[in-house]
Design a protein around this ligand. Structure first.
Ligand SMILES: C[S@@+](CC[C@H](N)C(=O)[O-])C[C@H]1O[C@@H](n2cnc3c(N)ncnc32)[C@H](O)[C@@H]1O
Length: 226
């Protein structure tokens, strides 16, 4: 794909914390927060799940998007020397040029696992192991995937909004996500909608509202009881 076509498909957006996101023309929504994409990744997902202090995090992400959460997690684990296994699902891979431009001069861009992923993007298998991290992006619909049971210490639920992409916010899918968490594992999401909270509770998780990232009052974390 030519660079200009890639950026027409997914125009890049600058955000106030100096990071970037992109606009997804198919869903009519930005991949990350326009109020600060890197701040959202760190606050909602990395810190919201306790991944920034976990000795050996295993993260499952729905969906990979343009990799902002993945880079924030790689950078956090690398700073501490913690081994990381990151498994993400994505059914509509964004152009490589967009991933690279959003990541330019940003945290985690110099991580060897990220660079190796970019080198092969979007040709499967998208699996790299470098710098203490295993990074695996599975291309396909997560709703049809067989999710690993009792595996994830952290689950990033980051589909597009419930209004635009209701399938990943249903009680039935929440129940499947709960089963993929290890005991004590934590699911985080930027949504604080009542129906999302209730779906996570019905799946047997202990749900907590917490202050949101810039531009958002609240977000959720949900723990699988140990
Ligand atoms: C809000 S964006 C994720 C942003 C991403 N976490 C990041 O850090 O850049 C949502 C992503 O989920 C993907 N997605 C939505 N529904 C999906 C599904 N059923 N299966 C796989 N991927 C899905 C979309 O294609 C999109 O890339």
């Amino acid at each position: 794909m030519s660079e200009s076509r890639a950026f027409t498909e997914a125009p890049i957006l600058d955000t106030p914390d100096g990071s970037r996101t992109a606009y997804n023309t198919r869903f009519g929504e930005a991949y990350g927060s326009r109020h600060g994409a890197a701040a959202q990744a760190r606050h909602v997902f990395v810190e919201g799940t306790g991944t920034h202090v976990h000795p050996a995090p295993r993260v499952l992400e729905v969906g990979f998007g343009i990799g902002v959460n993945a880079r924030a997690t790689l950078a956090s684990a690398a700073r501490r020397g913690a081994p990381l296994h990151y498994l993400a699902y994505e059914f509509d891979p964004a152009p490589r040029e967009v991933l690279a431009e959003v990541a330019r001069h940003q945290e985690g861009n110099d991580h060897p696992a990220w660079q190796a992923l970019l080198d092969r993007w979007p040709q499967p298998p998208l699996e790299t192991e470098a710098g203490g991290a295993r990074l695996n992006v599975l291309l396909g619909d997560v709703l049809e995937a067989e999710l690993p049971a009792g595996w994830a210490t952290a689950l990033y639920l980051d589909g597009f909004s419930p209004a635009r992409n209701p399938e990943v916010w249903t009680p039935a899918f929440a129940a499947r996500l709960a089963r993929t968490l290890a005991p004590g594992g934590v699911l985080a999401t930027y949504s604080a909608a009542g129906h999302v909270r209730r779906a996570l509770q019905a799946a047997g998780l202990d749900v907590e509202r917490r202050p949101g990232p810039p531009g958002k009052r609240e977000c959720l974390r949900a723990v699988r009881p140990a």
